[in-house]
Design a protein. Structure first.
Length: 235
């Protein structure tokens, strides 16, 4: 790659960021939450069809990526490097951050099932904690897949979790599953399902009979609070 080519590519990226609507959408994604094209259109105050065109441009320049979750498509920043560039630019023109306000009922937002694993605020917080502690490691060939590190195996084994059973499943062992209320990943896959069963067996969470909400018991609040920086909020 010549210096001239490099400069042209830089100019193309800068032009993509410089368009006001695209800049608004990019800044809205700085909170690490994925959003739909419709939501980004609302934030940027443009028509959904226009937002789709802008998002295509941003994807072409490698600034955003798309995650398909069921019938929905969510957009997020493509990398930490993109976020760092945007944050640096925002320092030159500071403004109020866009706050994400989920419309999910509070009980479901806090803790619920996502098929056979745990979702919601607490599940996302646990996912982040396990990643920060390096109990989960990202697969070298697929960033959406995880495996347990040696520290993770030791941690979950001490806890009483059988780490071998999920490996016998034909499904993916562990993976990032985009949370539709938090718009950040929680832990899915065979191990995510195994953990939810373990939480229920330990009476840390209880299933609601008529909906997908999970009730975090006092035992669960104490246990999860040991892992997380902040105490679990009571509903």
């Amino acid at each position: 790659m010549t210096a001239r080519t490099n400069e042209l590519e830089l100019a193309a990226i800068a032009a993509a960021i410089a368009e006001p609507a695209r800049a608004s959408m990019l800044c809205a994604l700085l909170d690490q939450r994925a959003r739909t094209a419709t939501e980004l259109a609302t934030l940027a105050e443009i028509a959904p069809s226009t937002a789709s065109s802008h998002l295509s441009k941003l994807r072409e320049q490698g600034l955003v990526s798309m995650v398909a979750q069921g019938k929905h498509r969510y957009f997020q920043l493509a990398s930490v490097e993109v976020a760092n560039v945007l944050e640096a630019l925002r320092n030159l023109a500071p403004r109020q951050p866009v706050r994400f306000k989920p419309s999910t009922p509070s009980r479901l937002q806090r803790a619920r099932t996502c098929y056979d694993h745990m979702a919601g605020e607490i599940a996302v917080a646990l996912h982040d904690h396990f990643m920060q502690c390096s109990y989960l490691e990202v697969d070298a060939n697929d960033a959406a897949l995880y495996h347990l590190s040696e520290e993770g195996i030791a941690f979950f084994t001490r806890l009483g979790v059988d780490c071998t059973t999920p490996n016998k499943s034909r499904r993916r062992f562990a993976c990032a599953c985009l949370d539709w209320s938090e718009r950040r990943p929680h832990l899915g896959g065979a191990f995510g399902a195994h953990l939810l069963r373990f939480f229920v067996e330990q009476q840390w969470v209880e299933r609601e009979l008529d909906n997908r909400a999970l009730v975090v018991t006092r035992k669960g609040e104490r246990q999860f609070a040991k892992w997380l920086d902040e105490p679990i909020k009571k509903t």
